[in-house]
Design a protein around this ligand. Structure first.
Ligand code: ZN
Length: 482
C-alpha cells in the first residue's frame, strides 16, 4: 500500500467519466488500499479513483465509522429532503463551496471482495457518497456550488477534509448588531441549536417588557431561545450543555460569560467585535471610534477568553469611516461585515487553518459606555470635535446642548471651517438656508437638524425663526426667553 499523488484543479482525469470495473481482482484491491492510504494521509473522509489519476469506478469513504470500499457504486434511492452545506475537496485545496445534496441516499455497490451490497447514508455520509460518486462522472463539487469561498492557501495550507460537516452552534447575542451574524449562520446552513439572549426589559413610555431584537429574530427563525438573568446559573449552563454545541458564537450579548460555558464546545467560542482589536476593547467601540475622529475601524473575530476582549485574533477586516458617517450607518455596515467575517472564520477553523494571533496588550485602548454628561456639547471645543460627537451619538442617544435655557438635541452637523474664527464659542454667526452657522472654540460648524425637548426634529433655521431673543447663542443653560 502506498499513498499516491492527488490530482488537482484542471487535471483532465477529474473531468473524464470513469469506466466500470469488470471484476474485483487483486490489482483492484491494491488500488482500493492505495486510495485508503492516500485519503488517510490527506485526512479526508472520502476519495474517488480519478483523484489519484485512475479512471475507474472506485470510491473509498470513512466518516468516522471505519472505511467502506465501493466498486461501481450507484445511487438507487434519494430522499425528497435536501441539505445545503459547505464542502471542500482534496482536488481543490483552498476552495469551499456551498452545495445542496440529498439528505439521505441508498447506494448499491460491490465490496472489496466483489460481493454486492446496499448501504444507506445520511448526514455527512450521504454528502460524502454523493460527492465521490460525482467524481466518477467527471463532476466536481464546484459545478454544483451555489457559492464558493476561497480559503487563503498561504494561511490555510490544504483543506484537509474531503467533505466538511457544519458545526452545531449556540448563538449568544442581544441587539440589532447581532442579527446579521445569526441570519448568516442560519442562511449558510449551520445548525443553530439554541439562542441565548438578555431577558426582556421595560421600554418606552409605557415601560412595557420588550424582548431583545435577537430574541424576536430567533423566534421568527424557529430557534429555541433562553433569556437567563444570569448566564452562569446552573439551569442556563445545563441548557447550553444540552444543546451540545461544537461552537459558541457571541455577538454583543451583554453579560460576562463564565469559562465553564466557553469550555463546552470542542471548536471553542468566537466573538464578533466591532473594532480592530486591541483598539477599542469594551462595550462601546463604534461610538468611541467616531468620537475620536478615526478614519478607519473594522471588525475582529476573536477566540474568546475569560478576560474581556483580550482573546486571540482569528479574522480581522478594516473599513473606512466617512467624514460625516453616523453611528447608525457605521453600526449597520460593521454588523454585516462581522457576519461575513464570522463565516470565514468558521470555515478556516473547519479547514484546520484558522490563525490565532495574540493581541498586543500594550496597544490596547478602552471603549467604555457613555458617562453622564458626555453627550453635552462643549462649544469651546473645535468644530471637528463637536461634529464627531454629534455623529457618534446619532441616532442614539443624541448630542445635547441648550439654546437660551432650552434643552435641545443636535442630530446633524457639518464642519465648515477648522480655522480660527470671529465670534464667541456657541454664537450664531449667520443663517444659511436651513442651516445655522455657529462659532466653535476653533472653526465654524453648520447645525443642520435639531430637536427641541418634546418636539420633532426640525431644520435648525426653522428652530431659530421661532426664537427671537438675544443673544443668539448655543450652550447657555441659564436664562433666556422661551
Ligand atoms: Zn472531491
Amino acid at each position: 500500500m502506498a499513498a499516491k499523488e492527488i490530482r488537482k484543479f484542471d487535471d483532465p482525469v477529474l473531468r473524464k467519466r470513469a469506466k466500470p470495473v469488470r471484476k474485483v481482482t487483486r490489482e483492484i484491491q491494491k488500488l482500493l488500499d492505495d486510495m485508503l492510504d492516500t485519503m488517510r494521509e490527506a485526512q479526508g473522509v472520502g476519495l474517488a479513483a480519478p483523484q489519484i489519476g485512475v479512471s475507474k469506478r472506485l470510491v473509498v469513504v470513512d466518516v468516522g465509522e471505519g472505511p467502506r470500499f465501493l466498486v461501481n457504486p450507484e445511487i438507487v434511492r434519494t430522499s425528497d429532503e435536501t441539505e445545503t452545506a459547505w464542502e471542500g475537496c482534496l482536488s481543490f485545496p483552498g476552495l469551499l463551496g456551498e452545495v445542496e445534496r440529498y439528505a439521505r441516499v441508498t447506494v448499491k455497490a460491490l465490496d472489496r471482495d466483489g460481493r454486492e451490497f446496499w448501504m444507506d447514508g445520511d448526514g455527512l455520509l450521504s454528502r460524502a457518497l454523493q460527492h465521490e460518486i460525482d467524481h466518477l462522472d467527471g463532476v466536481v463539487f464546484l459545478d454544483r456550488a451555489s457559492a464558493v469561498t476561497k480559503v487563503p492557501e498561504e494561511e490555510a495550507g490544504e483543506v484537509v477534509a474531503e467533505t466538511l460537516a457544519l458545526p452545531a452552534v449556540v448563538f449568544m447575542g442581544s441587539p440589532e448588531f447581532a442579527i446579521p451574524s445569526l441570519d448568516e449562520l442560519v442562511g449558510a446552513g449551520f445548525p443553530v441549536k439554541l439562542v441565548v439572549t438578555q431577558p426582556p426589559r421595560p421600554k418606552g413610555r409605557r415601560r412595557e417588557l420588550t424582548p431583545t431584537p435577537v430574541e424576536v429574530r430567533a423566534r421568527e427563525l424557529g430557534i429555541p431561545v433562553i433569556t437567563p438573568e444570569k448566564v452562569g446559573s446552573p439551569e442556563s449552563v445545563k441548557a447550553i450543555e444540552e444543546a451540545s454545541p461544537d461552537l459558541i458564537v457571541v455577538s454583543a450579548y451583554g453579560q460576562k460569560i463564565p469559562g465553564e460555558i466557553l469550555a463546552l464546545p470542542k471548536m471553542g467560542a468566537l466573538n464578533v467585535h466591532p473594532s480592530l482589536l486591541p483598539a477599542y476593547r469594551g462595550a462601546n467601540p463604534i461610538q468611541r471610534a467616531i468620537m475620536d475622529g478615526r478614519d478607519t475601524t473594522g471588525v475582529t473575530i476573536m477566540w474568546m477568553s475569560e478576560e474581556m476582549d483580550a482573546g486571540d485574533i482569528c479574522v480581522q477586516k478594516a473599513v473606512e469611516i466617512g467624514p460625516d458617517e453616523t453611528f447608525g450607518t457605521l453600526e449597520k455596515r460593521l454588523a454585516s461585515l462581522g457576519a461575513h467575517a464570522l463565516i470565514e472564520a468558521i470555515l478556516l477553523i473547519k479547514a484546520g487553518s484558522a490563525p490565532r494571533i495574540p493581541q498586543d496588550a500594550s496597544k490596547a485602548t478602552k471603549a467604555p459606555l457613555l458617562k453622564p454628561g458626555e453627550e453635552v456639547v462643549n462649544w469651546n471645543k473645535s468644530a471637528v470635535q463637536i461634529h464627531n460627537l454629534v455623529r457618534a451619538l446619532s441616532p442614539e442617544p443624541g448630542a445635547m446642548t441648550w439654546y437660551r435655557g432650552e434643552r435641545i438635541k443636535l442630530w446633524e452637523t457639518r464642519v465648515l471651517s477648522s480655522e480660527k474664527t470671529v465670534g464667541a464659542p456657541g454664537e450664531v454667526l449667520s443663517v444659511d438656508g436651513d442651516q445655522v452657522i455657529v462659532a466653535c472654540g476653533e472653526g465654524t460648524i453648520a447645525v443642520v437638524t435639531v430637536q427641541p425637548s418634546g418636539k420633532r426634529p426640525m431644520p435648525a433655521a426653522a428652530f431659530l425663526r421661532g426664537r427671537t431673543g438675544l443673544p443668539r447663542r448655543f450652550g447657555d443653560a441659564e436664562g433666556g426667553v422661551k
